[in-house]
Design a protein around this ligand. Structure first.
Ligand code: PRT
Ligand code: MG
Length: 215
């Protein structure tokens, strides 16, 4: 039975390549240039499937992939049912932040108990964060480019991921609160781990060793 690993292209794929190499796995094609969604590797028993980042937990949950790599942000929204999460890989690191337009008095609005309109793709994380703080919010679900929302009056604030901070700066937004530190995790289908342990455990161990070596 081949081992199937679900990855999203872009930063997760790029930052996973060295971990795959440490496990002796080299993709035969580059998903940035190939249109193939199933990519073979140098090992006949290992293949990669290229999925949307937010779909990775779903493929692994249903066993369509045995392993996957997904951001903590994505895992929080998914809920993690059916997934074993043995390793924080430390890759694709960023922070989930609350951000507002420059000059917006966020602390003042919170203090006065104002009801804030918050646009985000991360509904669950945002809901839990503001509920824990006792801040009343109306959440507006978006699928991307959250930074636009406050600029055109759709929202007072956003909850988004920030790495360099360049996107916030370019749109005259400032981060006012950290919700969580984010990195990507190895996720494993729980049933596959039992049925295919002989094939999966060496990969998990190789990833763990590679992560420890870089720590
Ligand atoms: O892009 P797509 O809509 O397909 O999905 P996605 O954005 O979920 O996928 P992808 O591949 O962009 O991100 C995959 C994972 O990388 C996320 O789930 C995070 O765990 C992690 N990650 C790390 C990031 C960032 N850093 C990041 N900076 N994901 C997104 N961003 C975005 C952020 O949303 C914002 O728009 O980059 C912008 C900010 O970047 P800076 O450098 O300008 O601060
Ligand atoms: Mg993206």
């Amino acid at each position: 039975m081949p081992v199937t690993i679900a990855l999203s292209k872009g930063r997760i794929f790029d930052e996973t390549l060295p971990l795959l190499a440490a496990a002796g796995i080299a993709p035969l094609e580059d998903p940035e240039t190939s249109r193939k969604l199933v990519i073979g590797t140098n090992r006949a028993d290992v293949r990669l499937v290229i999925v949307r980042a937010s779909d990775t937990p779903t493929y692994v949950e249903y066993g369509a992939a045995d392993l996957g790599i997904a951001g903590k942000d994505v895992l929080t929204e998914h809920g993690g049912a059916g997934l074993y999460q043995p390793l924080d890989l430390g890759i694709a690191a960023c922070r989930m932040m609350v951000a507002v337009p420059e000059g917006f008095d966020y602390a003042g609005a919170v203090r006065q108990g104002a009801r804030l309109r918050v646009a985000t793709k991360y509904m669950r994380a945002a809901r839990e964060h503001f509920a824990a703080k006792g801040v009343h919010v109306d959440l507006i679900k978006l699928y991307g480019s959250m930074e636009l929302a406050p600029l055109v009056g759709l929202a007072d604030a956003i909850v988004d991921l920030v790495s360099s901070g360049n996107t916030l700066r370019a749109n005259r937004l400032v981060a006012v609160e950290e919700i969580a530190r984010i990195s990507s995790r190895l996720i494993v289908n729980q049933a596959a781990l039992k049925m295919k342990r002989a094939a999966l455990q060496p990969l998990i161990d190789a990833f763990a060793a590679a992560v420890a070596a870089h720590a």
